[in-house]
Design a protein around this ligand. Structure first.
Ligand code: PLP
Length: 781
């Protein structure tokens, strides 16, 4: 393989006349060398001679006769690149190379005047050239994404000749100066000089620092094909003739530059293409910082080379300078922009901040806990409540670990919101990716909301097939309440003795946890949760007398609402027939049954995905929240179509943020992780292991009374030697565990029950750590 004479090469290839073989001759080549016969038609080319051949069987190929100045070794590089792409990313729609009868990928042919040419035949890619309508945005992101995929496919490819000097390589923009005399218009010459100066100043010095590889270097609408009636679906990529080893970012500038022509909003156009690219190959700061100048460089390159070549090939003038006027206009518009502002927009679409924005001078705030607390109460009001005698200032989370401001690490056995682990990368990426693309209310069609609704409802029993999105558990329960009142025509609510269902006006009235029993409003009556004490075993857990009490106040039940994990009541699951009985009694009195899965849902309980599944019942409404978005505010109400229809016909429902695409992306990612990491099974197995470990400690230390709950949601009764509840001890144990870097909570009507509710990625080794600390703390009591 010979190394092309570099100086000669760059000039020759663009100066030398395209091949001009008569069609009959090309037919002969196709037949003799490849055994192909068919109808030939000429295709456009800047410097080669290309034909399409359609055989009698309808198969189509492209015959490419290279310019005589084209080094066969360079063509060999292109052919090997196509092979490499087909191996790495077979879905990328690039042509395949046909082998000749001699088993060669390139055949050498000779013209009558003696010039030698390389001939190759490629598969013909079906598809349509994209419309060049400048108001059409449909192709922008896809072309960016396609370019990045192509670059990714070429990342591992190399060829000894890839470093050849090609004038179309933006790295060599400075060399365009020698062609400046070909531009006669003073204004245009000044414009070119302006951008050449910028290139020399801003781009040249950083070239050695930038990512480099072999790139396609000409992925523009002229070199792609799209599907019929689908401008965003690229089905063909061709013309690898400008492929070269150069800066990776040149690829993007080369694609963007010609696509700005005719666009009223060139920056908006560029930003879309960049966004598509960045999703596959995240761009680096240094690349984004020179992109404005590289795009300009490509635009001036298009015109400078066109003017130079038109002098050499005057007969081809129309083809060569077809787009120059529009390019000048685009360059003028580009120059009128503030480069810093354009660059800021490029950074923003990639979710990046420029350095000055990212690293403002550090604020030196060294605060004592006391001064932080004072400031907190002043700014947030006195309702803010913090865990532990020594409150924590957490700054980072990862999996089951939390890190405080001093770098101390805590095992998190409390936070159920971070269901699949703090900052799970799949969820974080899904949120970030969608936030970069779009976040909008549900007033517009969007695929993600339907996808999430499908994923949720497919996990529910029939006929719970409608999913309405809200942002918090309180809103979900508020909506469930509205629906229940509407459908039942009643106004009473049935709840357990010590429960929590939210903070809205209605939901707080169902939150017996925060209201002394005597202050509960008359439309709310309580029944027994299936707690450790056996009161709930009294006939029908007290629901009949509650319904009666409602009646005495002039109410009939609109809804029974139950936290299916009974977390505030002390953490329990429904024993056999518990829910069945309550549901039957409620329905008989005309009310609806609501399963509040804000705590118990999404696999935490191990045995079942939802808490209500511990009994053979189907609720009328299921409310979801907390773990659903792994910390992103996402909740939902799942119900029957007739109930949703009743609400729609009465007043409808809209929630600005509920079901926005970013939230839905988070929700889908959470479900994905639960499934892929088999987290429900993990909750079951690790939960069981943890329970057995606790039972072992219980046998040795009677301060541990009953252990209840399921999966990774466990309640541990703390009792005095005489068996009486011991809230002070429970509080002490919780705080001592925090001092030993394990975070748990307390719950139950008397706050005497330890609450263990970790992210469900909790492993056996974490259970061991927790057990060791429980043991140490109870030993020290
Ligand atoms: C069972 C239950 N339902 C509803 C809610 C209210 O959810 P949110 O705080 O998201 O409004 C909670 C919150 O702790 C809860 O535990």
């Amino acid at each position: 393989m010979s190394t092309p004479n570099q100086d000669l090469y760059q000039g020759d290839i663009l100066k030398t006349q395209s091949p001009d073989f008569p069609i009959e001759k090309v037919n002969d080549f196709a037949n003799n060398l490849y055994g192909l016969t068919g109808k030939l038609s000429l295709l456009d080319s800047e410097r080669d001679q290309n034909f399409r051949i359609t055989t009698e069987t309808g198969d189509q190929y492209v015959i490419k006769i290279a310019n005589s100045a084209e080094d066969p070794a360079i063509i060999d590089m292109q052919i090997k690149a196509l092979d490499h792409i087909a191996m790495v990313d077979p879905e990328l729609p690039v042509p395949k190379v046909l082998l000749s009868r001699n088993g060669l990928t390139i055949e050498q042919i000779q013209a009558d005047n003696g010039t030698k040419h390389s001939l190759r035949i490629l598969s013909y890619l079906p598809g349509y050239p994209p419309d060049d309508d400048p108001t059409d945005y449909a192709l922008l992101r896809p072309i960016g994404a396609c370019l990045a995929r192509l670059a990714l496919a070429l990342r591992g490819f190399f060829h000894p000749l890839a470093n050849y000097e090609l004038l179309w390589d933006l790295k060599h923009t400075t060399k365009l100066r020698q062609y400046l005399p070909h531009i006669t218009d003073i204004k245009h010459k000044e414009l070119v000089s302006y951008f050449l100066d910028r290139f020399d100043q801003n781009v040249l010095p950083v070239i050695p620092n930038l990512r480099a590889q072999i790139i396609h270097n000409d992925l523009v609408p002229d070199n792609i094909l799209i599907a019929e009636n689908d401008p965003g679906h690229i089905v063909g990529i061709f013309d690898f003739g400008d492929m070269v080893h150069t800066l990776l970012i040149n690829d993007l500038a080369t694609t963007i530059a010609p696509m700005l022509r005719g666009h009223a909003d060139p920056v908006g156009t560029a930003v879309e293409i960049i966004a598509g690219y960045h999703e596959t190959i995240p761009l680096e700061d240094a690349e984004l910082r020179i992109l404005y100048d590289l795009i300009a460089a490509r635009l001036i390159m298009l015109n400078v080379i066109a003017f130079w070549r038109v002098g050499i090939h005057p007969d081809n003038r129309e083809y060569i300078i077809g787009g120059v006027e529009e390019t000048w206009t685009t360059l003028e518009a580009w120059r009128a922009l503030d480069p810093a502002d354009v660059t800021r927009k490029f950074f923003r679409i990639c979710g990046l901040w420029e350095e000055e924005e990212l690293n403002p001078p550090p604020k030196v705030v060294k605060e004592t806990i006391q001064s932080h607390m004072t400031r907190r109460t002043r700014l947030l009001g006195p309702c803010t409540y913090l865990f532990y005698d020594q409150p924590l200032h957490i700054v980072r989370g990862e999996g089951v670990w939390l890190y405080d401001i001093d770098g101390n690490r805590y095992l998190d056995a409390y936070n159920n919101v971070a269901h699949v682990g703090h900052c799970h990368p799949h969820v974080v990426n899904a949120i970030a990716k969608q936030a970069r693309q779009l976040n909008i209310s549900t007033r517009y069609m969007h695929g993600l909301i339907l996808e999430l609704a499908e994923q949720i409802t497919k996990r529910m029993p029939e006929p719970l097939s409608v999913c309405m999105f809200v942002c918090t558990g309180s809103e979900a329960n508020e909506l469930a309440w509205q629906m229940s009142k509407l459908v039942s025509g009643n106004g009473g609510a049935l709840i357990t003795k010590f429960t929590y269902h939210g903070s809205s006006d209605a939901a707080s009235q169902f939150s017996s946890e925060s209201i002394p029993p005597e202050n509960l409003p008359p439309h709310v009556q309580t029944l027994f949760a299936p707690t450790s004490d056996t009161e709930f075993r009294k006939p029908d857990s007290g629901i009949s007398s509650s319904i009666m009490a409602l009646g005495e106040h002039g109410y009939q039940p609109a809804m029974l609402i139950l936290d299916t994990a009974f977390v505030s009541d002390g953490i329990y699951t429904s024993p056999k027939d518990y829910l069945k009985t309550l549901f039957a009694k409620t329905r008989a009195a005309g009310g609806l049954c609501v399963a509040d899965e804000v705590q118990g849902g999404f696999g935490r309980l191990g045995q079942h995905f939802w808490g209500f599944q511990f009994n053979d019942v189907i609720p009328d409404i299921v409310t979801l929240g907390k773990p659903m978005g792994n910390g992103h505010p996402l909740s939902a109400v799942v119900t029957r179509p007739d109930i949703a229809a009743a609400l729609a016909s009465e007043r409808g429902y809209f929630n600005t943020f509920g079901g926005n695409p970013v939230s839905c992306a988070a929700g889908l990612a959470v479900l994905d992780v639960i499934e892929k990491e088999a987290l429900q099974r993990n909750a079951l197995e690790v939960g069981q292991y943890l329970r057995e470990g606790l039972e072992e400690i219980q046998r040795e230390y009677p301060v541990i009374g009953g252990i209840h709950g399921s999966g990774l949601l466990l309640g541990i009764d703390i009792v005095k030697p005489d068996g009486a509840l011991a809230p002070e001890l429970a509080d002490h144990i919780m705080n001592q565990m925090r001092e030993n870097s394990v975070l748990i909570g307390i719950t139950g009507q008397h706050y005497s029950i330890l609450k263990i509710r970790p992210p469900i990625v909790f492993q056996m080794e974490h259970a061991d750590m927790l057990l060791a600390v429980v043991k140490k703390v109870v030993e020290e009591l």
